[in-house]
Design a protein around this ligand. Structure first.
Ligand SMILES: *[C@@H]1O[C@H](CO)[C@@H](O)[C@H](O)[C@H]1NC(C)=O
Ligand SMILES: *[C@@H]1O[C@H](CO)[C@@H](O)[C@H](O)[C@H]1NC(C)=O
Ligand SMILES: *[C@@H]1O[C@H](CO)[C@@H](O)[C@H](O)[C@H]1NC(C)=O
Ligand SMILES: *[C@@H]1O[C@H](CO)[C@@H](O)[C@H](O)[C@H]1NC(C)=O
Ligand SMILES: *[C@@H]1O[C@H](CO)[C@@H](O)[C@H](O)[C@H]1NC(C)=O
Ligand SMILES: *[C@@H]1O[C@H](CO)[C@@H](O)[C@H](O)[C@H]1NC(C)=O
Ligand SMILES: *[C@@H]1O[C@H](CO)[C@@H](O)[C@H](O)[C@H]1NC(C)=O
Ligand SMILES: *[C@@H]1O[C@H](CO)[C@@H](O)[C@H](O)[C@H]1NC(C)=O
Ligand SMILES: *[C@@H]1O[C@H](CO)[C@@H](O)[C@H](O)[C@H]1NC(C)=O
Length: 375
C-alpha cells in the first residue's frame, strides 16, 4: 500500500515536473505570412494617449507601415513619409494576435531592429481581455533614447516580485500591482536602441507557465544554438536556456494562475503619451530635440524624418507549447487558428510523454524504497 503510494507520487513528479520540458511549435509567424494571424487596432491610441492613429490592416499596408522586406523580415513602423500639422496625429500600428496562449506556452521573437528615438515608445508584450484582471507581460518596452530594455509584469493587487530570484536582470520595482508594475532592468546596452541593432539584434524568449513567468534576452552573438538552428519540427527545451533575464516564479510571491489568463501577443509603437511624453520623463533625454521642448510639437509635428529608426524588423515570432498540439499546427502557419487549449494528441508528443513516465518509475522505486527504510 505505502510502496504503491510512493511509487505513484514519485512517478507523477518525474513525469510532470523535472522531465516535461519539450515544447512543440504552435505557430511560426514569419515571411510573407507574418501578418496573417494578427488583428489591427484601427483607431487612435486611446489606451496610452499617444499622438498616433493605429491604422487598419488595409491602410497600414497601403501606407507601408507593415511590409515584408527583401530579406523576408516583417517591418512594423511609424509613418516617416508624411508631414503632420499641429492638431493632427501621426500614423502607426498596433497588432494583437488572434490566438490566445495558455499556460505552458513559450514565445520566441527574433528581431534585427527595435524602434527608438525621441518620443518613440514601442512594445512587444502580452495581455488578456479585461486588463488588468488577466495580467500583462512586457517583454520589450522602452522609450525615447533609452539604451537598454525593461521587462515587467502588471497585475491586480497582490502579486509581488521576490527580490532574491535567480535572474540576470536587476529589480527596479517589485510590486506588480501598482502603476509601473514589477520591472526588471537588463544591464546591457545591446538589449535596445542602436546598441541592439548594431550587433544584428537578438532574441527574446518568454515562458508563460503555472510555475512562473520567465524571460530571456540574448544579443545576436549569444543566441543558443537550439534557437538559432531550429527547424520546422524542432522542439524547444527551456532547461537549456540558462538563467533567465527576468524570473517571476509562482513559488515565491506571485501565484501566476491566480493573476493570469490566456494571453494575446501585441506589437505597438506609440508616440509621446502616458510614458514617453510625460514632461519630466521626456525632458530627461529629449529636452533639446526641438525649440519647443515639447514631445508632440518637436517630434510628431513635421516631416517625419524623426522616425527613420522607429521600426521593428522581425525575423519571426514562434510560439510553442509543452501541452499536446495537433500535427497540423506544426510547420504551416496558415492552418493554425485555435490556441493552446486541450486538443487531440500529437503522436510524437505522447510518445515522449510515455517515455518520461516509464523513466520515472525506476527512480521512483528507488526513492520509495529509501523512504520506506527510513520510516
Ligand atoms: C478606446 O476606444 C474604444 C472604441 O472606440 C472603446 O471601446 C474603449 O473602451 C476605449 N478604451 C479606453 C481605455 O478608453
Ligand atoms: C498629443 O498628446 C498630448 C499629450 O497627451 C495631448 O495633450 C494632445 O492633445 C495630443 N494631440 C494630438 C493631436 O493627438
Ligand atoms: C555599449 O557599451 C559598450 C561597453 O560599455 C560600449 O563600448 C559601446 O559603445 C556601447 N554602445 C552603445 C551603442 O552605446
Ligand atoms: C518558419 O517559416 C519560415 C518560412 O517562412 C521557415 O524558413 C522556417 O524554417 C520556419 N520555422 C519553423 C520553426 O517552422
Ligand atoms: C516535419 O514533420 C512532418 C510530419 O512528421 C513531415 O511531413 C515534414 O517533412 C517535416 N519537416 C521537416 C522540415 O523536417
Ligand atoms: C539559476 O538558474 C540556472 C539555470 O536554470 C541554474 O543553472 C543555476 O543553478 C541557478 N542558480 C541558483 C542559485 O539557483
Ligand atoms: C521555485 O521555482 C523555481 C523555478 O520553477 C525553482 O528554480 C526554485 O528552486 C523554486 N524554489 C523553491 C524554494 O521551491
Ligand atoms: C493559486 O491560484 C490558483 C487559482 O486561483 C488556486 O487554485 C491555487 O490554490 C493557488 N495556489 C496557492 C499556493 O495559493
Ligand atoms: C523612412 O525610414 C526608412 C528607414 O527606416 C528609410 O529607408 C526611408 O527612406 C524613410 N522614408 C522617408 C520618406 O524618408
Amino acid at each position: 500500500m505505502h510502496l504503491f503510494w510512493y511509487l505513484s507520487v514519485f512517478a507523477l513528479l518525474f513525469r510532470t515536473g523535472v522531465l516535461a520540458t519539450a515544447f512543440d511549435l504552435l505557430h511560426n509567424y514569419s515571411g510573407l505570412t507574418f501578418f496573417s494571424g494578427w488583428e489591427f487596432y484601427g483607431k487612435w491610441d486611446n489606451l496610452t494617449l499617444g499622438n498616433v492613429t493605429y491604422q487598419t490592416a488595409l491602410l497600414a499596408t497601403e501606407y507601408q507601415l507593415v511590409s515584408v522586406n527583401e530579406a523576408g523580415n516583417a517591418i512594423i513602423r511609424v509613418d516617416n513619409r508624411t508631414t503632420v500639422s499641429v492638431g493632427e496625429r501621426r500614423n502607426s500600428v498596433r497588432l494583437t494576435s488572434s490566438e490566445f496562449y495558455d499556460f505552458g506556452s513559450l514565445w520566441i521573437i527574433d528581431l534585427l531592429h527595435i524602434p527608438y528615438g525621441c518620443s518613440v515608445w514601442p512594445a512587444f508584450w502580452s495581455t488578456a481581455p479585461n486588463w488588468p484582471d488577466g495580467g500583462e507581460i512586457d517583454i520589450i518596452e522602452a522609450i525615447n533614447l533609452a539604451t537598454s530594455n525593461q521587462m515587467a509584469l502588471h497585475t491586480t493587487a497582490g502579486c509581488t516580485h521576490y527580490p532574491q530570484v535567480n535572474q540576470t536582470g536587476y529589480n527596479i520595482d517589485t510590486d506588480c500591482g501598482t502603476g509601473s508594475g514589477c520591472t526588471v532592468g537588463i544591464p546591457a546596452n545591446n538589449s535596445y536602441g542602436p546598441g541592439f541593432a548594431s550587433v544584428g539584434g537578438g532574441v527574446y524568449a518568454t515562458w508563460f507557465d503555472e510555475s512562473g513567468i520567465f524571460m530571456w534576452f540574448w544579443s545576436r552573438p549569444d543566441v543558443p544554438d537550439s534557437i538559432a538552428n531550429a527547424g520546422a519540427n524542432s522542439s524547444m527545451d527551456v532547461s537549456t536556456f540558462g538563467t533567465p533575464t527576468a524570473s517571476f516564479p509562482t513559488n515565491t510571491s506571485c501565484n501566476i494562475t491566480q493573476f493570469y489568463k490566456p494571453q494575446q501577443l501585441i506589437f505597438d509603437i506609440t508616440l509621446c503619451g502616458d510614458w514617453a511624453g510625460v514632461p519630466g520623463i521626456y525632458d530627461s533625454q529629449c529636452y533639446n530635440a526641438g525649440p519647443n521642448h515639447d514631445c508632440y510639437l518637436d517630434c510628431v509635428v513635421g516631416d517625419g524624418s524623426n522616425y527613420d529608426d522607429a521600426y521593428f524588423e522581425v525575423r519571426y515570432v514562434r510560439t510553442y507549447s509543452d501541452r499536446p498540439v495537433t500535427p497540423s499546427t506544426t510547420g504551416d502557419p496558415t492552418t493554425q487558428t485555435s490556441q493552446a487549449s486541450p486538443q487531440p494528441h500529437n503522436a510524437a508528443h505522447s510518445t515522449r510523454a510515455e517515455w518520461r513516465w516509464w523513466l520515472g518509475l525506476p527512480i521512483a522505486a528507488i526513492c520509495a524504497d529509501m523512504l520506506l527504510r527510513l520510516l
